[in-house]
Design a protein around this ligand. Structure first.
Ligand SMILES: *[C@@H]1O[C@H](CO)[C@@H](O)[C@H](O)[C@H]1NC(C)=O
Ligand SMILES: *[C@@H]1O[C@H](CO)[C@@H](O)[C@H](O)[C@H]1NC(C)=O
Ligand SMILES: *[C@@H]1O[C@H](CO)[C@@H](O)[C@H](O)[C@H]1NC(C)=O
Length: 192
């Protein structure tokens, strides 16, 4: 299933649903969202919207106010990592493709990562949320796995490359209903 609703609309819908819990959800294509905020580098200081895997991985039991988001090397994270030491105790950013979502999540878990954010491999796509499901291998994984739009993943990686930084600093998860609307800075490359 692929989302055709613009992300701003989805965020708005999430807000409406949070503010009006009695609103009937039936009939709406409701998807679960989890938000994180990039604190550094400054040029991508926005609130990003990700979707948790449907049927594998864990949930966030706590909020991380300042944690590293480290692009895996290699980015597809299908095997041994060159920068595994940086991922220990942090969150990894990986790219879709090459192996299953579950395999990537397991690789990050094996390197001591606390969660994984898997960006779509369509770097120009700012609307397609892919539902991440397990690969029927019978394997399991404990850490949370989130899907991120290709465009967002690309913009984060590009900013890090431009600054020569090995990681971004993020807060995750972020409760958007506790943030005043005027401070809800969404990436400007997506439509509201
Ligand atoms: C993206 O990943 C999917 C799933 O592995 C694959 O089918 C597709 O060919 C990849 N696309 C690109 C552009 O690499
Ligand atoms: C994003 O992916 C969706 C679903 O595959 C597709 O319909 C849409 O055209 C893509 N958008 C871009 C900008 O590539
Ligand atoms: C999110 O923030 C709102 C408003 O401050 C609060 O009522 C709600 O309990 C919070 N939700 C969570 C899951 O912390």
């Amino acid at each position: 299933m692929q989302g055709g609703v613009c992300r701003g609309c989805q965020l708005f819908l999430t807000l409406v649903l949070l503010l009006c819990p009695s609103l009937p959800v039936r009939g709406l294509r409701y998807r679960q969202y989890l938000h994180f905020q990039v604190l550094s580098p400054g040029d991508i200081q926005y609130i990003f919207t990700a979707t948790p895997a449907k049927d594998f991985g864990g949930i966030f039991n706590q909020r991380y106010d300042q944690i590293h988001l480290v692009p895996a090397d290699p980015l597809e994270a299908c095997g041994e990592l060159n920068n595994g030491a940086f991922i220990q105790g942090e969150i990894a950013l990986v790219e879709r493709g090459g192996c299953s979502f579950l395999s990537k999540t397991r690789v990050i878990q094996e390197h001591g990562g606390l969660a994984v954010i898997i960006a779509d491999n369509a770097s120009d796509n700012d609307s397609r949320y892919v539902d991440m499901i397990n690969d029927n291998s019978g394997r399991t994984v404990d850490i949370p796995a989130l899907f991120l739009l290709g465009r967002d993943g690309y913009m984060i990686q590009r900013s890090l490359e431009q600054h020569g930084l090995p990681w971004a600093i993020i807060s995750i998860p972020v409760n958007i209903s506790s943030i005043p609307t005027f401070e809800l800075k969404q990436p400007p490359w997506t439509y509201w």
